[in-house]
Design a protein around this ligand. Structure first.
Ligand code: GDP
Length: 431
């Protein structure tokens, strides 16, 4: 499900973040990461450390006082020892920074001695490792902490617009609606433009932003038809959608779901425009052992719905599932017929069935049916064979109606309750 879009998103997010990170000045990064490696302390013999250590690492003030040429080194005072010990033992950069500020020549000399001892014990991390940022898992070196402010960048709006273009193309190619792309863009912009961005963080920020944007497309409350059925008898559901969208199969799947939950339902073969549709439903009803009400081919579909409701009332059935004709959604007669069925059947739930794979067409159909009869919920069929996912991502946001189920195969059990989290996971965006 949605594999094509998932792979594309992965690539474009990675390329996007690389381009943003190129904005972070490579020179400053070098200073922070590469240089210390070159200048790593070399201990030639006990007590002697090559000069660059102090020159490159310690602040200027410290550098000046760390060349005590000709000066007599006094015995370390207890306070000095304490500071040094702290720096050796603790992992907190704050202590070492404190030391760097407070250090005196004699303290430094003592530190060097201590360091030599430390360096001869390979299993322990030396102080300079801490300074240089030779990392223990999850811990930062002091130098890294000091230079970090320089290794960030802020992205301008113009640059963001340029970079977003590639992502926008991928989303368009995968049938994501323009309204949704605008929302994704706005959310992402607020996280990337004008805020300090660190190298290595950008891809994560993009992923998190997409994850949240997509999850937030589904804030509209999803009705629980299994629960709702308890509240009214018979609970009437009318299914609308164009021919071939999987409407008949979906009605059969819902009948099976209700049966599993202990409800008795009757199906109304309301697509009287196609003889095949009546036969198809007949076969499903037989297989599922569910009651079917049908009239002759070409008869009034509102009358079929009416009869099915009367039957359900008389026999205390829990639900009525009404099929409808599905000529092109732009057909005015069809929409008039829909309105008539709605007037007669007074359904508790009007469900639009759309084919996930048709992307923007599916969204367009949903809008038309919503305009004509005011749909309450959406079932997207054939999500199992949809590699793009644009309709699933967009249709709820564009119409303001919830997706309640996804059709995920041709078997009766292949009806999966829709969860935004699962969609986000299928797109490889769950954090
Ligand atoms: P209708 O014309 O809208 O009633 O569509 P049908 O219910 O006859 O379905 C058309 C075709 O789509 C049939 O071959 C179904 O088996 C198939 N179909 C329906 N739902 C799904 C689904 O969720 N997944 C897959 N893979 N095929 C489906």
């Amino acid at each position: 499900m949605f594999k094509f879009l998932r792979d594309k998103l992965k690539n474009v997010m990675s390329a996007f973040s690389k381009k943003v990170e190129e904005e972070i000045s490579p020179g400053e990064i070098k200073e922070a990461k590469a240089e210390p490696k070159k200048e790593a302390p070399v201990i030639e013999k006990k007590g002697e450390i090559k000069a660059p250590i102090t020159e490159k690492i310690l602040p200027k003030k410290v550098k000046e006082i760390s060349k005590p040429e000709g000066r007599k080194i006094a015995e370390p005072k207890p306070a000095t020892e304490k500071v040094m010990k702290e720096a050796m033992e603790t992992e907190k950069p704050a202590v070492a920074e404190k030391m760097a500020e407070a250090v005196h020549p004699e303290k430094l000399e003592k530190l060097r001695d201590e360091l030599v001892k430390e360096e001869t014990k390979p299993e322990k991390r030396g102080f300079f490792d801490k300074i240089f940022g030779k990392k223990e898992e999850g811990k930062k070196g002091i130098l890294e902490a000091i230079t970090q402010p320089f290794s960030t960048t802020t992205l301008s709006e113009g640059k963001f617009e340029n970079l977003f273009w590639d992502l926008e193309v991928i989303l368009l190619e995968n049938n994501v609606a323009v309204e949704v792309i605008d929302k994704i863009k706005k959310d992402l912009k607020s996280r990337l433009v004008g805020v300090p961005l660190k190298r290595g963080d950008v891809e994560n920020i993009i992923q998190k932003s997409l994850e949240e944007s997509i999850e937030n497309l589904f804030l509209v409350v999803k009705p629980d038809i299994i629960k709702n059925i308890k509240s009214k008898k018979p609970y009437v559901m009318v299914f609308v959608g164009i021919n071939g969208s999987g409407k008949t199969t979906t009605i059969a799947k819902v009948a099976q779901l209700l049966k599993k939950n202990g409800y008795k339902s009757v199906i109304a073969a309301g697509d009287t425009f196609r003889a095949a549709a009546i036969q198809q439903l007949e076969q499903h009803a037989e297989k599922l052992n569910v009651k079917l009400i049908k009239h002759k081919y070409g008869s009034d579909s509102a009358a079929v719905a009416f009869d099915a409701i009367k039957f359900a009332e008389a026999h205390h059935y829990d639900a009525v599932l009404v099929d409808t004709a599905g000529r092109m959604h732009s057909n005015t007669n069809l929409m008039d017929e829909m309105q008539k069925i709605i007037k007669v059947a007074k359904p508790d739930m009007k469900i639009f069935v759309g084919e996930s794979i048709t992307g923007n067409d599916c969204i367009e159909q949903a809008k038309r049916f919503d305009y004509a009869i005011g749909i309450d919920a959406i079932i997207l069929s054939k999500a199992d064979v949809d590699e793009k996912g644009g309709a699933a991502i967009s249709v709820s946001y564009v119409t303001g109606k919830p997706i309640i189920y996804l059709g995920t195969g041709q078997k009766y059990e292949d009806l999966t309750e829709f969860e935004p989290k699962v969609l986000v996971e299928s797109l490889g965006l769950a954090g």
